[in-house]
Design a binder for this molecule. Structure first.
Ligand code: SF4
Length: 343
């Protein structure tokens, strides 16, 4: 399948199982049977935004808000590093308490405390280009900024006035500044249809993303979208396969949200083109207060319990957990060609 049209036709006319098998083959050719591990650390559940679907939106007064101290963050990272994790994803709401100076300090301290062996990914929302540059200079390797839907009207509605363009511009800034750049979307949002879902995947392709996170929309009772319909996991599995066909070298996590919607949702994604898992390494006291969606799994378990559970789940589907940095091949390939151009 060479052109986009062929891939989309194949997607439209192929059963979910066959689509998954094809995507899994492509993933295996590029990444083998390896599944990369990221240590996820949700360091603040404060957010200035009011996205309609999100459980920690500013107007949800039921949330028990927390902010982790820098010391606590570093302590958690060190513990994760000692257990073998080489990539840390630091996520928060759009919380301006953590200024760029504070974030840079956190990045530098993580780098020092892991002997500069670990990759740092930030996921803390839209910032200015200048601020992203500061983060890059401090040593931040990767940045995640999901666009959630490629439908402009729906985006503006769901994100309380923030335009898709603003988000895409921020993603372009990140790419331009040399971050390994991730984005992604939700599947099953109220107001989306099959065309939206295809366009979501095509937008990932257009942006030539290094990482793509795909998760199901799960209605949260304390949000304006609480009455929305819950779609089933199949849409997520199909989306995963389509993105793998379009972006053979990207890293694609099997998201915890999928494991929440379906007991073996993560395994289904891993058998359909995904190659990354992101166990939450936070203390349980924080985990239970970072509920973007209800019923989130793995909040009672410690990071090490999650790791051993994931090890078993991955070996049950004949794949292997790998504790490397796990840079995306698309990012490494781009950089190789940059080096060649310079020579
Ligand atoms: S989706 Fe992100 S930006 Fe929107 S309210 Fe939730 S945490 Fe804040």
């Amino acid at each position: 399948m060479k052109c986009l049209k062929d891939i989309i036709n194949f997607y439209k006319n192929t059963s979910t199982d066959d689509l998954a098998k094809t995507a899994d083959n492509i993933c295996t050719i590029n990444y083998g049977k390896n599944i990369f591990i990221r240590g996820l650390l949700e360091f603040s559940n404060y957010c200035n935004m009011n996205c309609l679907y999100c459980g920690i939106r500013k107007d949800n007064k039921k949330v028990n808000r927390y902010r982790m101290s820098i010391e606590d963050i570093i302590k958690t990272v060190k513990k994760g590093y000692q257990s073998g994790i080489k990539t840390f994803v630091l996520q928060s709401g759009e919380d301006h308490y953590y200024t760029i100076e504070k974030l840079c300090l956190i990045i530098k301290k993580i780098k020092e405390s892991t002997n500069f062996n670990a990759a740092v990914t930030l996921s803390c929302g839209i910032k200015t280009r200048k601020q992203y540059l500061e983060l890059k200079k401090a040593g931040c390797d990767r940045y995640l900024l999901r666009f959630e839907t490629s439908d402009e009207k729906l985006h503006k509605y769901l994100r309380n006035g923030v335009t898709l363009k603003k988000r895409i511009n921020a993603i372009m800034d990140l790419k331009d500044l040399g971050f390994e750049t991730g984005s992604g979307y939700m599947v099953g949002l109220p107001g989306e249809n099959e065309t939206t879902r295809i366009n979501n995947a095509l937008l990932c392709k257009k942006l030539e993303l290094d990482m793509v996170g795909i998760g199901p929309f799960i209605p949260h009772n304390d949000t304006p979208l609480k009455e929305s319909i819950q779609e089933n996991i199949e849409l997520v599995v199909r989306a995963t396969s389509l993105v793998r066909l379009l972006l053979p070298y990207a890293n694609i996590p099997a998201t915890t949200a999928s494991g929440t919607l379906d007991k073996i949702g993560r395994e289904k994604m891993l058998k359909a083109g995904a190659n990354v898992l992101m166990p939450n390494i936070n203390d349980e006291k924080y985990k239970k207060n970072y509920l973007l969606y209800p019923g989130k799994i793995c909040i009672e378990e410690s990071g090490s319990q999650c790791l051993s559970c994931l090890n078993k789940r991955v070996s049950d589907i004949s794949k292997n957990i790998v504790m490397d940095r796990g840079d995306s091949l698309s990012f490494l390939n781009k950089n190789k060609s940059l080096v060649k151009e310079k020579i």
